[in-house]
Design a protein around this ligand. Structure first.
Ligand SMILES: *[C@@H]1O[C@H](CO)[C@@H](O)[C@H](O)[C@H]1NC(C)=O
Ligand SMILES: *[C@@H]1O[C@H](CO)[C@@H](O)[C@H](O)[C@H]1NC(C)=O
Ligand SMILES: *[C@@H]1O[C@H](CO)[C@@H](O)[C@H](O)[C@H]1NC(C)=O
Ligand SMILES: *[C@@H]1O[C@H](CO)[C@@H](O)[C@H](O)[C@H]1NC(C)=O
Ligand SMILES: *[C@@H]1O[C@H](CO)[C@@H](O)[C@H](O)[C@H]1NC(C)=O
Ligand SMILES: *[C@@H]1O[C@H](CO)[C@@H](O)[C@H](O)[C@H]1NC(C)=O
Ligand SMILES: *[C@@H]1O[C@H](CO)[C@@H](O)[C@H](O)[C@H]1NC(C)=O
Ligand SMILES: *[C@@H]1O[C@H](CO)[C@@H](O)[C@H](O)[C@H]1NC(C)=O
Ligand SMILES: *[C@@H]1O[C@H](CO)[C@@H](O)[C@H](O)[C@H]1NC(C)=O
Ligand SMILES: *[C@@H]1O[C@H](CO)[C@@H](O)[C@H](O)[C@H]1NC(C)=O
Ligand SMILES: *[C@@H]1O[C@H](CO)[C@@H](O)[C@H](O)[C@H]1NC(C)=O
Ligand SMILES: *[C@@H]1O[C@H](CO)[C@@H](O)[C@H](O)[C@H]1NC(C)=O
Length: 690
C-alpha cells in the first residue's frame, strides 16, 4: 500500500520526486539540525509493544532506530529518514516510521519549528497515549501526514484542518482516538486536495456519516474500517470518479446503498466486511469490473452467494470468511480467473467442493477450513500448480487424496486436519520441493510413511491416523524440522535416540501411543543432541528408564513419559533437566518407587499418579497449579508448605497412605482450589478452631 501511494504521489507531483531523490551539495541549517536533535531527545528509543513487531511481521517494513544515525555536527540532510530540498537544504520530509520512538509527544516540540516540512511519517511508533498536539496545524506546507499506529489518543485537534494542502492523511489504528463532528466537517471541507484518507479505528460513533458528503472530488482512497459509524453513508460516494479504495468494513450499524455500485467503475479495493449485509445487496457488486480486492467476511446475513460476484473477472483477492453462505457457491465461481487468494473460512459451506474451483489456475492461497464440506477432494483442484497454501481442515472430506496430480512446486503449507480422509499419503507429499508444514492429523490415513525426497519440511503433524510400519530413515535427515508429531498411529519398530542427532532444530517431538520402542545403544553419544527441545511426549513408548536423550535439555518445558515401564526412582541427573523451564511433567502409570526432589522452579503441572511411590509427600515449587499423586504409597502427614502454592487449582492425593490432619491452612487455598480429592487415605478429622 505504502509504495503504491507513494507512486501515486509522484505521478501527480513530479516536482516532489526531483527534490526527494537528489541529495544536494548544501548542508542543512544549524537551527533545523538542532530542532531535529531536540525532537529525537524528547523520546526514549525503545522497541515497545507490537509497533515494531508489526513493522517486521506484517508490513514488511524494517524496524530499527533511524535516529541512531543522527549525530550533532554532521549534515542533517544525510541523516536516516531526513530529506532536504536540494536548492536551499531545508528539511522537507521526515520519515521516522518504525523507528522505536517511545514517550509522550511534547506539545512544544521543536519539530514544529520545521516550517518547510511537506511530508511527515511517524507511523508505528509509541507516543504513550498522548494527544495529537494542536500545533500540528502549523505544518501548513504538509501534503503527506502519517500518524498511523502511534498510540495517540483523545480528540483529533480541529487544527488538522489547517493542513489544506494535504494529499494523504493517515491517522488509522490509534485505538482510543475520537473525532468531533464539527472538526471532521471542517476537515472534509478544507482538505480540497485530499486523495487518500485513512481513519480506521477512530471512534466515530457520535458522528453523522453525512459529513463525508463534501469530500474532495480528487478522492481515491477512503478507509474508515471499524470506526463504529452508524446510520446511512452518503450515496454520492459512488460519484467520485477516481475512487479506487473504499473500506467501510467492521461498521456493523452502517448502511450503504449498494445498488449504486454500478457507478464506481474505478474501484479496485472494497472492504465491506462485518456490515450486516444481505445477499441481495451484495448483488450489485458484480458491476465493479475493475475490482481486485473484495472483503465481504463477517456478513452473517448472506444466504448463498449471488452469481453476480462471479462477474468480477479482475478480482485477485476475495474473502467471505465468517459469513453464512449456506446456500453454496455458484458454479460460475470458476469465472474468477484472476483470483489469487480465496478465503472461505468458517462460511457455513456444505456439500461437495465445487469442481469449477479447478479453473482458478492463478490461485496461490485457498482457505476452506471449518465448513461442512463433504465428499472427495476434486482431482481438478489438486491440479492447480500455484498453490502456496491449501487449507481444508475441519470439514467432512472423505476418500483418498488424489495421487497423480501436479508436484506443487510452490506449496508451503497443507492443512487437512480433522476430516475423514483415508488411503495412503499421496506421493507428492514426499516430493513437493517447498513444502514446510503438513497438518494431516485426525484422519484415517493408513499404510507406511515413505521416504521423503524433499528436505524442506519444518512441521509435520500426522497424529491420530492409522499409519503403520517403521519410520522412514529420511525423516531423520530433515535438517530444518522443528515439530514432529506422530502420536496415536500404529507405527512400529525400534528408534535409536542417536538417530535424532541431525535434527538440532527440533522443538517438539511426540511419538506417543504407537508400537514404537525407543532405545539408546550408547549412553554417552545421545546427550545434548536436541538442544532446543521444549516438548517431549513419549507416552506409551515402551521405555524402561528415563531416556538418556533428556540429559542436557536445558529448555525443556513439557515432558510426558506416562504409560511406560519406568522403575525405581527419578534419576539424580533429572534435576538439571528443565530446571528453570519445565512446566509440565507427567510420569504417571509407571512403576516408580521413589522421588527425592522436585527441583523444577517453574512447574505448573505434576502428574505422578499410578506409580508405587513411597515416603513423605514432597511439595513442589509454589508455581504448581495441578498436582496429581493418587494411587501411590505416600505416607506420613501432608506438610503445610503446600499452602504456599497460591495458584493450586487441582489436588488429587487419593489412594495413598497419608495420615494425620489435613493442614488447616487449606482454607487459604479456597480462592484457587477447584478440585480436591483426599479419599482413601488415613486422615483424621481436621481440628477446627472456629
Ligand atoms: C503510513 O505508514 C505506514 C508505515 O510506513 C504504511 O504502512 C501506511 O501505508 C502509510 N499510510 C499511507 C496512507 O501512506
Ligand atoms: C508513559 O505514560 C505513563 C503514564 O502516563 C508514564 O508514567 C510514563 O512515564 C510514560 N513513559 C514515557 C517514556 O514517557
Ligand atoms: C517543553 O516544555 C517542557 C515543560 O513544559 C520543558 O521542560 C521543555 O524544556 C520544553 N521544551 C522545549 C523544546 O521548549
Ligand atoms: C482552511 O485552510 C485555510 C488555508 O488554506 C486556513 O487559512 C483556514 O484556517 C482553514 N480553515 C479552517 C476552518 O481550519
Ligand atoms: C456540503 O457543502 C454544501 C455546499 O458547500 C453545504 O451546503 C453543505 O452544508 C455541506 N454539507 C456538509 C455535511 O458539510
Ligand atoms: C445504476 O443502478 C441503478 C439501480 O439499479 C439505476 O437506477 C441507475 O440508472 C444505474 N446507473 C448507471 C450509471 O448505470
Ligand atoms: C456483468 O457485467 C456486465 C458488464 O460487463 C453487466 O452488463 C452485467 O449486468 C453483469 N452481470 C451481473 C450478473 O452483474
Ligand atoms: C448455517 O446455515 C443454516 C441455514 O441457513 C443456519 O440455520 C445456520 O444457523 C448457519 N450457521 C451459522 C454458523 O451461521
Ligand atoms: C533450511 O532452512 C534454511 C534457513 O531458513 C534454508 O536456507 C534452507 O534452504 C532450508 N533447507 C531446506 C532443505 O529447505
Ligand atoms: C536453537 O534455537 C536458537 C533460537 O531459536 C537458534 O538460534 C539456534 O540455532 C538453535 N540451536 C540449534 C543447535 O539449532
Ligand atoms: C547405535 O545405533 C545406531 C543406529 O542404529 C548405529 O548407527 C550406531 O553404530 C550404534 N552405536 C553403537 C555404539 O552401537
Ligand atoms: C516460567 O514460566 C513463565 C510463565 O509460563 C514464563 O514466562 C517464564 O519464561 C518461565 N521461566 C523460565 C526460566 O523458563
Amino acid at each position: 500500500m505504502a509504495s503504491y501511494l507513494f507512486l501515486c504521489l509522484f505521478l501527480f507531483f513530479p516536482h516532489l520526486y526531483a527534490s526527494f531523490s537528489s541529495s544536494g551539495s548544501q548542508s542543512c541549517s544549524h537551527p533545523e539540525a538542532a530542532s531535529l536533535i531536540q525532537f529525537k531527545n524528547s523520546f526514549s528509543i525503545t522497541q515497545t509493544d507490537d509497533a515494531a513487531r508489526y513493522c517486521n511481521d506484517f508490513s514488511g517494513l524494517k524496524s530499527y532506530p533511524k535516529t541512531n544515525s543522527w549525530k550533532e555536527g554532521t549534515d542533517c540532510c544525510s541523516w536516516d529518514g531526513v530529506t532536504c530540498d536540494h536548492l536551499n537544504a531545508h528539511v522537507i520530509a521526515l520519515d521516522l516510521s518504525c523507528s522505536w520512538l517511545y514517550g509522550n509527544f511534547p506539545s512544544n516540540t521543536t519539530l514544529f519549528l520545521l516550517p518547510h516540512l511537506q511530508k511527515l511519517n511517524l507511523a508505528h511508533n509509541d507516543f504513550n497515549y498522548s494527544k495529537i498536539p494542536s500545533e500540528f496545524g502549523r505544518f501548513t506546507s504538509l501534503f503527506f501526514l502519517n500518524l498511523s499506529r502511534t498510540r495517540f489518543v483523545g480528540e483529533v485537534p480541529s487544527q488538522v484542518s489547517h493542513l489544506s494542502k494535504l494529499v494523504s492523511l493517515d491517522l488509522s489504528l490509534n485505538f482510543g482516538q475520537t473525532f468531533d463532528e464539527h472538526a471532521l466537517e471542517v476537515l472534509v471541507h478544507n482538505l480540497t486536495e485530499v486523495r487518500h484518507i485513512f481513519l480506521d479505528n477512530i471512534d466515530m460513533s457520535s458522528i453523522n456519516p453525512h459529513v463525508f458528503m463534501n469530500l474532495s472530488s480528487s478522492l481515491r482512497s477512503l478507509s474508515l474500517g471499524s470506526c463504529n459509524l452508524q446510520g446511512k453513508f452518503p450515496k454520492n460516494i459512488f460519484d467520485f470518479p477516481n475512487l479506487n479504495l473504499l473500506n467501510l468494513g467492521g461498521n456493523q450499524n452502517l448502511n450503504l446503498d449498494l445498488l449504486m455500485f454500478n457507478r464506481s467503475s474505478n474501484l479496485e479495493y472494497l472492504d465491506l466486511s462485518t456490515m450486516s449485509f444481505y445477499t441481495e445487496l451484495i448483488d450489485s457488486v458484480g458491476n465493479l469490473q475493475a475490482l481486485q480486492y473484495l472483503d465481504l467476511s463477517g456478513n452473517s446475513f448472506l444466504q448463498g452467494l449471488s452469481v453476480s460476484i462471479t462477474n468480477l473477472s479482475s478480482l485477485e483477492y476475495l474473502s467471505i470468511s465468517d459469513a453464512n453462505i449456506f446456500g453454496g457457491l455458484p458454479d460460475s465461481m470458476g469465472n474468477l480467473v484472476s483470483l489469487k487468494f480465496l478465503y472461505l473460512y468458517r462460511s457455513n459451506l456444505s456439500g461437495p467442493i465445487l469442481k469449477s474451483l479447478g479453473n482458478l489456475w492463478q490461485i496461490t492461497y485457498l482457505e476452506l477450513s471449518q465448513n461442512q464440506l463433504s465428499g472427495q477432494i476434486p482431482f481438478l483442484i489438486l491440479n492447480l500448480k500455484r498453490f502456496e497454501y491449501l487449507g481444508i481442515a475441519e470439514n467432512s472430506l472423505e476418500g483418498s487424496i488424489p495421487d497423480e496430480v501436479t508436484t506443487f512446486p510452490n506449496l508451503i503449507s497443507l492443512y487437512l486436519t480433522d476430516n475423514l480422509l483415508d488411503g495412503k499419503l499421496p506421493s507428492w507429499f514426499y516430493t513437493a520441493p517447498s513444502l514446510k508444514e503438513i497438518y494431516l492429523c485426525q484422519n484415517q490415513f493408513s499404510g507406511h510413511i515413505k521416504e521423503f525426497q524433499s528436505k524442506s519440511l519444518e512441521w509435520i503433524e500426522l497424529e491420530d491416523n492409522k499409519l503403520q510400519g517403521p519410520l522412514p530413515s529420511s525423516i531423520f535427515q530433515l535438517l530444518n524440522l522443528t515439530h514432529l508429531s506422530l502420536s496415536s498411529n500404529n507405527l512400529s519398530g525400534v528408534i535409536e535416540f542417536s538417530m535424532f542427532s541431525n535434527l538440532p532444530n527440533l522443538k517438539h517431538l511426540d511419538l506417543s501411543y504407537n508400537s514404537l520402542s525407543l532405545t539408546s545403544n550408547s549412553t554417552s553419544s545421545v546427550n545434548h543432541i536436541l538442544p532446543n527441545l521444549t516438548n517431549l511426549i513419549l507416552s506409551s513408548c515402551n521405555l524402561g528408564e528415563f531416556p538418556q536423550l533428556l540429559k542436557g535439555l536445558k529448555s525443556l518445558e513439557r515432558l510426558d513419559l506416562s504409560y511406560n515401564r519406568i522403575e525405581g526412582k527419578i534419576p539424580q541427573w533429572m534435576q538439571e533437566v528443565g530446571h528453570d523451564s519445565l512446566k509440565y511433567l507427567n510420569v504417571s502409570h509407571n512403576s516408580l518407587t521413589e522421588v527425592e526432589h522436585f527441583p523444577w522452579k517453574n512447574i505448573t503441572v505434576l502428574h505422578l499418579s499410578f506409580n508405587l511411590i513411597r515416603g513423605n509427600l514432597l511439595i513442589p515449587a509454589s508455581t504448581i497449579n495441578v498436582f496429581l499423586v493418587s494411587n501411590n504409597n505416600f505416607n506420613g502427614e501432608v506438610s503445610s508448605l503446600i499452602c504456599n502454592a497460591s495458584a493450586l487449582g487441582i489436588l488429587d492425593l487419593s489412594y495413598n497412605n497419608l495420615s494425620g490432619t489435613i493442614p488447616q491452612c487449606f482454607g487459604n487455598l479456597s480462592y484457587s482450589l477447584q478440585f480436591l480429592n483426599l479419599q482413601k487415605n488415613k486422615f483424621v478429622g481436621a481440628k477446627c478452631n472456629k
